[in-house]
Design a protein around this ligand. Structure first.
Ligand code: SAH
Ligand code: SF4
Length: 385
């Protein structure tokens, strides 16, 4: 028999089609889907109201394939970071950020990243591979149900999902799309499009595809007010320069669930944090406002890592930069850094595998140590497969 399929790879439509091939009606697929995503069941034996013949058909043909968690770190501010093994010496990270009115999960889409932004630890690692739909969803599945069990909660714990972990989500569009659909599906996680954000460094054709296929909230990593600097910081800009990117952002708003695009701007001391650069940015936004672009800015403090050779912008420069944007009528927030003490902040996610030559050995050591600690902490049902 062929290797069992991973049911986390399927959105509901695909699961229905596959169950149809087994001679099952669509409502059976919905039941199965609800067991997995709403109740966190990973074992067909747990799915008590699923007809026995279906459970028998599933056994051996399919599985709910969780990602092995290599470890977990909890920050003093409540942020939790998990490291997941994706095989071949690669690991990805997911971060849960609790706030008063929401719980946000930051999810990875690739092991490494090919874009290679200068200020990003994942970018410095290089690209290893795309995650599958199942691997993207396994992060959410694991985090949601682990947290529910831990806090003994009947309520959903994760209200918002952001594709801001490792990787460029729009470079992995084929796997991303079904994962987004499962998040939105009323029989899956049932959350609104406004509470699901894809963050991109600016893959222009895929921004248009996303608008057509599944328009969720969009965040765009800008980081520079002009092409010359953006070419240096975000090398993808050489392929899709600002004029093309901003025009795509304006088009996206026709379909978007929010009436603005969030622009992320990581402030790097002496590189992109000058008042004149803020003014140039204001003029750029005014130009595209005429084309229908509505923007909010999220200024991110740079989270340093040794290989970057870059430094954080000074607090007074951050304040001055924010004031110039705000005074020009652009809604601007300065993002609080969370999970600093566990390197869980933006751009620090490196999966601990930058040094690929030694990655495999290190992973094996960590796996042995982490498995003991982790399983001791988890109730049996929460243990990853
Ligand atoms: N590849 C996508 C999503 C993942 S990166 C993108 O680039 O948008 C998520 C966010 O973290 C991006 O805005 C990115 O610019 C930012 N980021 C990367 N490295 C950072 C660092 N060292 N400090 C602060 N923010 C960083
Ligand atoms: Fe990739 Fe985003 Fe990091 Fe750039 S910032 S290297 S696009 S993960």
């Amino acid at each position: 028999m062929a290797a069992p399929l991973n049911l986390l790879d399927f959105d509901r439509q695909a699961l229905s089609a596959w169950c149809g091939q087994l001679g099952e009606k669509p409502f059976r697929a919905t039941q199965l889907f609800r067991w997995m995503h709403q109740r966190g069941a990973g074992d067909f034996g747990q799915m008590s109201d699923l007809a026995k013949p279906l459970r028998e058909k599933l056994t051996g043909r399919a599985q709910v394939c969780a990602l092995p968690a290599l470890g977990e770190q909890a920050s003093s501010d409540g942020t939790v970071k998990w490291l997941f093994d994706v095989g071949g010496g690669n690991a990805v990270e997911s971060v849960f950020i609790p706030e008063d009115d929401r719980g946000t999960l930051c999810v990875s889409s690739q092991a490494g990243c090919a874009v290679g932004c200068r200020f990003c630890a994942t970018g410095h690692q290089g690209f290893a591979r795309n995650l599958t739909t199942g691997e993207i969803l396994a992060q959410l599945w694991f985090a949601e149900h682990t947290l529910r069990r831990r806090f003994n909660s009947q309520e959903r714990m994760i209200s918002n999902v952001v594709l801001m972990g490792m990787g460029e989500p729009l470079h992995n569009y084929g796997a991303l799309l079904p994962a987004l659909r499962v998040r939105l599906d009323d029989h899956g996680y049932g959350r609104s499009r406004r509470r699901l954000t894809v963050s991109t460094s600016g893959v222009v054709p895929m921004i248009d595809r996303l608008a057509a296929d599944c328009p969720v909230a969009l965040a765009v990593s800008l980081h520079a007010p002009g092409d010359a600097l953006r070419d240096q910081l975000v090398p993808l800009n050489r392929k899709y320069p600002l004029a093309e990117l901003l025009a795509a952002c304006a088009r996206y708003l026709d379909a978007a669930p929010r009436d603005f695009i969030t622009f992320e701007y990581c402030l790097l001391g002496g590189v992109n944090d000058a008042p004149e650069q803020a003014q140039t940015l204001v003029r750029l936004m005014q130009t595209y406002r005429a084309e229908g672009l509505r923007a909010k800015f999220n200024l991110i403090g740079f989270n340093p890592f040794p290989a970057s050779g870059l430094v954080r912008a000074a607090p007074e420069r951050v304040r001055a930069f924010a004031a110039i944007l705000s005074d020009a009528g652009i809604v601007t927030t300065v993002r609080k850094t969370r999970g600093d003490d566990i390197a869980a902040a933006c751009g620090q996610l490196a999966g601990d595998v930058q040094d690929r030559t030694r990655a495999r050995e290190r992973m094996a050591r960590r796996r042995a140590a982490a498995a003991v600690a982790f399983h001791r902490k988890q109730p049996a049902a929460a243990a990853p497969a």
